[in-house]
Unconditional design. Structure first.
Ligand code: AMP
Length: 288
């Protein structure tokens, strides 16, 4: 594995690889890598000839009140995880390399950024879309692997790549979880032991909602209420939202007719955690 710090070096390296016929896989991350990130790298390594992983804590996607300065970092451990996962290139740009004296150009995705994380963090997705557009522009034609863990982000990035005709296929990968159901996240290190014990309530709430959908409940309000009730029974967690959404537009359906995505966010102390789950209604019985 080689470590590159400039966009120019990455372009040169990938130009050489493409000339030799290699397909490129790309995994963008903010570092402090865990088994969830490694699953994306391994999948990319299975499906592509050369894999690039970027580690860049993007200031543009944090608001002034968020945890940019304290975001956890461990460059040495990250390099080991990237290499063990089977990547060939670790791209470690500095803030200066990415933004120089600032940027006058940002990428804004409408519609799918209006609700949930977009409502809670108004500048967040413009920051995400802008940095991912820049990274896609540096890496070029490739398959890019994103976790379903950040489901709304996956939808936003997929839409951006399609709308702007980027030569990148965006691939969503399953959520990797702890044995008790908590989705792995770099932010889990912020949890106290007590909060960590409470956090699996997120998946329990999603499962309660999904069980209703699977049993034929078609009213999203009933499903939302069931998820809300599960979180309300855990005093260490404060619910931010529990939503039922169409998988691609993220709009709330009037009635649940096909597959939906259940999405949840809650705070444990000052740490905000996200999770989501697909839910499918039963097949209609013919003749009824
Ligand atoms: P981050 O470093 O938090 O920006 O995440 C980088 C990528 O890893 C994103 O595409 C995330 O959705 C993905 N990711 C984070 N946690 C998980 C997880 N538990 N399972 C699968 N993918 C994940």
């Amino acid at each position: 594995m080689i470590v590159l710090r400039s966009a120019e070096e990455v372009r040169d390296e990938l130009r050489r690889a493409r000339r030799a016929g290699a397909t490129i896989g790309f995994v963008p991350t903010m570092g402090f890598l865990h088994a969830g990130h490694v699953s994306l790298i391994e999948r990319a390594a299975q499906e592509c000839d050369l894999v690039v992983v970027s580690v860049f804590v993007n200031p543009l996607q944090f608001s002034a009140t968020e945890d940019l300065d304290h975001y956890p970092r461990d460059p040495e451990r990250d390099a080991v995880a990237v290499s063990t996962g089977g990547a060939d290139v670790l791209f470690l740009p500095s803030v200066d390399e990415m933004y120089g004296d600032g940027t006058l150009t940002t990428v804004t995705v409408e519609g799918v950024t209006r609700m949930m994380e977009g409502a809670a963090r108004p500048t967040h997705f413009a920051g995400v879309a802008t940095v991912v557009a820049k990274l896609f522009s540096i890496v070029g034609e490739s398959r890019a692997y994103f976790g379903e863990k950040d489901y709304q982000q996956l939808v936003v990035v997929r839409r951006m790549a399609a709308d702007l005709s980027m030569p990148v296929t965006v691939i969503g990968c399953p959520i990797v979880r702890e044995p008790d159901g908590l989705a792995l996240s770099s932010r889990n290190v912020y949890l106290s032991p007590d909060q960590r014990e409470a956090a699996p309530v997120l998946l329990r709430a999603l499962r309660a909602g999904a069980a209703l959908v699977t049993a034929g409940e078609s009213d999203p309000a009933t499903v939302r209420a069931a998820m809300t009730e599960v979180v309300a029974a855990e005093p260490r967690g404060v619910l931010d939202y529990a939503e039922v959404a169409a998988p691609e537009t993220l709009e709330p359906p009037d009635t649940i007719k096909g597959e939906v995505r259940l999405l949840i966010a809650a705070r444990f102390g000052t740490t905000r955690l996200l999770d989501n789950l697909a839910a499918t209604p039963p097949l209609p019985v013919p003749g009824r």
